[in-house]
Design a protein around this ligand. Structure first.
Ligand code: HEC
Length: 286
């Protein structure tokens, strides 16, 4: 009993520390505020309408520079994702600007054809060199896994780290990448006085080094939402980040559902085993 109480206390302390120390500015790292994602925590799930809006932001803005090559058009139809109607996605694939190189045909030549449902969502460039040539030497990374490839950096004193980790476990916190990208998209501004910005770079308070080659991609009103959600940079970035989080982890919804079912099953099994054990040992002296 005593042990259980101290364990609970440890978790509570860790959760408080985790919550307070991320909001404090540490070691020159700017504050990255944790956002209230629909898919966070032990039970959170993706919001289909938000994923649809997020894809629209990706298509209208980000796809001008970034690819999404580990997501196929058919994934936009599947359950747990944006769940667009299949016919609409077929048309979207057909009209996608960067076509698929296929072949060779009967004359031995490679040819370009419109994308099918089974094809990946390509960015505007055929290869990294073409991308760099167009982007002033910088490479816009493929966004398929970016929400998992980035995280929030925290540099507290070494002894706080274990508590932060326990706090994250207690909260089931996994949205570091989402919080970072959200902060990145909202982190553009004029450089502070005395900051020397390299030509062709933009000041961003959360990007490591604060100089990024991506021009601020979002401005209020740049995407027209159909469902009445206000057209603000904040909403665009929240929605596109939710979409990118889905792209990087498309089975999150099912995984969490199955997780709970498994735990329920284990609880029932534990009760049954306990009752069985009591019964078997009832007539035996011990
Ligand atoms: C005009 C082209 C362009 C557009 C439009 C654009 N990006 Fe970028 N993006 C870039 C380039 C170039 C880089 C590489 C920056 C660097 O390495 O300095 C980049 C980098 C990134 C990164 C990686 C940052 C890091 O930590 O390494 C993310 C995330 C990102 N973009 C997200 C987006 C999202 C989301 C959108 C749409 C809302 C978008 N970008 C629109 C050009 C663009």
């Amino acid at each position: 009993m005593k042990q259980r109480i101290s364990l609970t206390l440890l978790f509570a302390l860790s959760a408080i520390l985790a919550a307070t120390s991320v909001s404090a500015e540490e070691g020159g790292h700017p504050e990255i505020v944790r956002q209230p994602w629909s898919f966070s925590g032990f039970t959170g799930q993706f919001d289909t309408a938000q994923l649809q809006r997020g894809f629209q932001v990706y298509k209208d803005v980000c796809s001008n520079c970034h690819g999404l090559k580990r997501v196929a058009f058919r994934n936009l139809v599947q359950r747990g994702g944006p769940e667009f109607p299949e016919a609409a996605v077929k048309d979207l694939a057909k009209a996608w600007p960067n076509q698929i190189t296929d072949g060779p045909n009967d004359e031995g030549k490679m040819f370009e054809r419109p994308a099918l449902l089974s094809d990946p969502i390509r960015g505007p460039y055929h290869n990294d060199q073409e991308a760099r040539a167009a982007q002033n030497g910088a490479l816009p990374p493929d966004l398929s896994l970016i929400a998992r490839a980035r995280n929030v950096e925290r540099n507290p004193s070494w002894w706080i780290h274990p508590f932060l980790m326990l706090g994250d476990i207690a909260e089931a916190y996994q949205e570091g990448g989402a919080d970072y990208i959200y902060a990145l998209l909202n982190g553009f501004s004029d450089p502070p006085d005395g900051f020397k910005l390299v030509d062709g770079k933009f000041y961003n308070k959360v990007f490591p080094g604060h100089q990024i080659s991506m021009p601020p991609p979002l401005t209020d009103g740049v995407v027209q939402y159909q469902d009445g959600t206000p057209s603000t940079v904040e909403n665009y970035s929240r929605d596109v980040v939710a979409f990118l989080s889905w792209a990087a982890d498309p089975s999150l919804d099912t995984r969490k559902q199955i997780g709970w079912q498994v735990i329920l099953y284990l609880i029932v099994t534990t009760v049954l085993l306990y009752l069985g054990k009591k019964r078997i040992w009832a007539s035996i002296k011990h």
